[in-house]
Design a protein around this ligand. Structure first.
Ligand SMILES: [Ca+2]
Length: 459
């Protein structure tokens, strides 16, 4: 029997350390984000030519979402929605570039400091937060807008564009914790950029992991984005007779899969896979750049459109959740979107959801309990390329999907239930639905200073 004094001592320790115990018992959280990976580029989403065994295994033992959506259809604004939980119609970042009237030019836009990021939310809840890769939510000249300034204890960031003191960043230089130091990506030493980035994260886990804290890790990969300086020669798919550009595309996706395998193995080794919530997704649909043809591997799984489009091919992306011993095993058709990620992770961590978010936690769906649905999902994108192609919007309400080319005053309507590939515009057959959707599209897009077409036609 324990003595009274030891019971009292135990009780005192519990009181003293109650807060830290609560923090330590919070689950680890990991976001694995691919760049421009299409809905159909993984085996678990029907891909038959490109091998992705690690991600497929994650989907097989976790929950695979069929209706998972990016924040919008291009990098910076989509990632902004992911990090803030704010939908694209009133987010700060509405396109890769905004229009600065003061000098009449299109340029980068940073997240507002008044908008809390997922990293800030979790760091404030006691998490150790770590980031490697592409940030794309700040401006090059202002380090306070970089990942290190937005909630990450450890941040190694690819950076390009002008330096505050003049000159340009060499994007092979990965900037550590702001500009504390630089790790040079000597691309002759790695099979691919994501191998280099994974090495950085593995080293962090070996040397800087604070086991007293739960971990939030955000791996922002390069693959299969078109822009990569160098890829080491590999034997991958050499016997297939594919065009070289397509062989390399497939090879990079398979190498990304291998890097995820290395990271998961490390987490398993150090004990961080236990009680860890993992989300794998992509920031937008497949690209068709540098002469890569997104139809060669059926990268959007037949969906219409690709990166920068408001059709499903531009915004519907892989979404896989695995939480060892806790997540449901199977497939979900619950429509979820990037602005749901912040409330979901708040739910996972057991903390309050920031008021700014438009999202709904999809944790109940992951756990197999009753799930609240969105009334509608909304996207918009401002291109910097001019008025004609400038402003695109989309809304999904039930099975209705409207796509509006606002600067042309044209709204298309699709019935996803019978036409998931958006082949037949039925706007003429349902003018009352179009009118309702147009009202939503106008209402959801708030005017904002740096995106002159936001707000829709006539504003
Ligand atoms: Ca992207």
């Amino acid at each position: 029997m324990r003595s009274l004094s030891s019971l009292l001592l135990g009780s005192a320790l519990l009181t003293v350390c109650g807060a830290c115990l609560a923090e330590r018992s919070r689950p680890n959280i990991i976001i694995l984000l691919a760049d421009d990976l299409g809905y159909g580029e993984l085996g678990c989403y029907g891909q038959e030519m490109i091998q992705t065994p690690t991600i497929d295994a994650l989907a097989a033992k976790g929950l695979k979402f069929t209706d998972f959506y990016a924040g919008t259809s291009v990098c910076s604004p989509s990632r902004g929605v992911l990090m803030t939980g704010i939908h694209a119609g009133h987010a700060t970042i509405r396109g890769n570039k905004g229009f600065y009237q003061v000098n009449g030019s299109w340029d980068r836009v940073a997240l507002k400091k008044s908008e809390i990021t997922i990293a800030e939310m979790l760091r404030d809840a006691g998490y150790q937060t770590a980031f490697v890769g592409k940030w794309h939510l700040g401006i090059p000249e202002d380090v306070s807008t970089w990942a290190s300034g937005r909630g990450f204890d450890f941040a190694v960031q690819e950076q390009w564009g002008p330096k505050a003191e003049g000159g340009e960043f060499d994007e092979r230089d990965h900037q550590v914790n702001g500009r504390e130091e630089v790790i040079f990506h000597d691309y002759t030493q790695y099979d691919c950029l994501d191998e280099f980035r994974t090495d950085i994260m593995l080293k962090f886990l070996d040397e800087q992991r604070d086991q007293e804290k739960p971990l939030f890790l955000f791996m922002s990969y390069r693959s299969p984005h078109a822009h990569e300086f160098y890829l080491r020669e590999t034997e991958n798919y050499k016997d297939r007779g594919w065009p070289e550009i397509e062989r390399r595309h497939a090879s990079r996706i398979t190498m990304l899969d291998e890097q995820i395998k290395r990271l998961l193995a490390k987490l398993e080794t150090i004990g961080d896979m236990e009680n860890t919530f993992i989300l794998f997704t992509s920031d937008n649909g497949p690209h068709r750049e540098h002469k890569h043809d997104h139809t060669f591997f059926n990268s959007a799984q037949g969906l219409n459109g690709y990166k920068r489009d408001m059709y499903e091919g531009g915004i519907r992306v892989p979404g896989i959740v695995y939480w060892k011993g806790k997540s449901q095993v199977g497939v979900s058709d619950h429509p979820a979107i990037f602005y749901d990620v912040m409330p979901t992770l708040a739910d996972v961590a057991g903390i309050d959801v920031p008021e700014q978010t438009d999202g709904i936690s999809f944790l109940p769906e992951v756990m197999g309990t009753p799930q609240k649905e969105h009334d509608l999902l909304y996207w918009e994108l401002q291109h910097a390329s001019g008025k004609e192609s400038g402003f695109r919007q989309a809304v999904r309400k039930g099975d209705w999907k409207a796509v509006r080319y606002a600067n042309k005053g044209r709204t298309e309507l699709y019935d996803l239930k019978i036409d998931i590939n958006e082949t037949t515009d039925v706007a003429d057959l349902h003018p009352e639905v179009v009118e309702r959707m147009n009202r939503i599209l106008t209402q959801k897009s708030e005017k904002t200073e740096l995106y002159p077409y936001a707000g829709g036609p006539g504003q």
